[in-house]
Design a protein around this ligand. Structure first.
Ligand code: IPD
Ligand code: CA
Ligand code: CA
Ligand code: CA
Length: 266
């Protein structure tokens, strides 16, 4: 697997941030935590990881824009390129000592995602993709699962948290999907959910209410592993609509149909 120089910069940034997260994960009870809103936390670990990534990426490409969860967007002088970064995806898991969290770094060129890195430091799993070059887990090339029938499938989802999202609508989606599939999982890191779809661990995934940094890298991983990705309207404006449904060609379509079913009137 040959990585471009730019992807290597992203990998190095993710690994360095991952080291910092691993250290903080070992002493999670001592971390300073603040509350952004109901059920929405951020810690020193998030801020430290973002600074590491920001400094590494901007050192390599000072003119690119930078959109990271924990700071205001920085517009670059190079209008074509932008980094989209979640320094710690799965903060709630992290703060509860659950080793399912990730660093997510995407590179956008003229509005298209062309590079992706998702790294889980707790399992040492490094997912990478470049547009047209395939998706990888460490050195292994990835392919989405090939199951064609929903009743054989394990599907990942996001669950809206306290104070955010339409809980009633989600429960209807869940009820509809639950009635069709073999199993449903909630990992707690959207970037990892998408990486799991790319790796064929999940047959599909859906979530609404995501931010660009939660899914930009994961979208490219799924596509480069041969998967299909759409927003809730059937288009491809996932970042603009905050919604995503994905899987292989068959499962993505079938899942989208089930999720679209109307809310029962009684
Ligand atoms: C969250 C995770 C979670 C998703 C939430 C996100 P954060 O990101 O991706 O899986 O359900 O909507 O906000 O806040 O832990 O980076
Ligand atoms: Ca957050
Ligand atoms: Ca996130
Ligand atoms: Ca985050």
């Amino acid at each position: 697997m040959a990585r471009s120089a730019l992807l290597n910069v992203m990998v190095q940034a993710a690994l360095k941030a991952g080291k910092s997260l691993s250290r903080d994960f070992g002493e999670v009870q001592n971390l300073q935590v603040s509350v952004k809103g109901p059920g929405d936390f951020v810690s020193q670990a998030d801020f430290k990881a973002q600074k590491i990534i920001h400094d590494e990426l901007l050192k390599a490409r000072p003119t690119y824009g930078f959109l990271g969860e924990e700071s205001e967007e920085i517009k670059g002088t190079d209008g074509a390129h932008r980094w989209i970064v979640d320094p710690l995806d799965g903060t709630t898991n992290f703060l509860h000592g659950i080793p399912m969290f990730s660093v997510s770094i995407a590179l956008e060129r003229n509005g298209e995602i062309v590079g992706a890195v998702v790294f889980n430091p707790a399992t040492d799993e490094l997912y990478t993709a470049e547009r047209g070059g395939g998706a990888f887990l460490n050195d292994r090339r990835l392919r989405v699962a090939s199951r064609r029938v929903l009743s054989d499938c394990v599907i990942g989802c996001g669950v809206p948290h306290l104070g955010r999202g339409n809980h009633g609508k989600f429960l209807v989606e869940l009820r509809h999907v639950m009635g069709e599939v073999a199993g449903i999982r909630r990992v707690g890191s959207a970037a990892l959910d998408l990486a799991y779809v790319a790796a064929g661990r999940f047959d599909g995934f859906w979530e609404v209410g995501l931010s660009p940094w939660d899914m930009a890298a994961g979208i490219l991983l799924v596509r480069e592993a041969g998967g299909f990705v759409s927003d809730f309207n059937g288009g491809t404006d996932m970042l603009g609509t905050s919604s995503i449904i994905c899987g292989n060609e068959h499962i993505q379509k079938a899942l989208a149909e089930v999720i679209k079913r109307p809310i029962p009137t009684k």
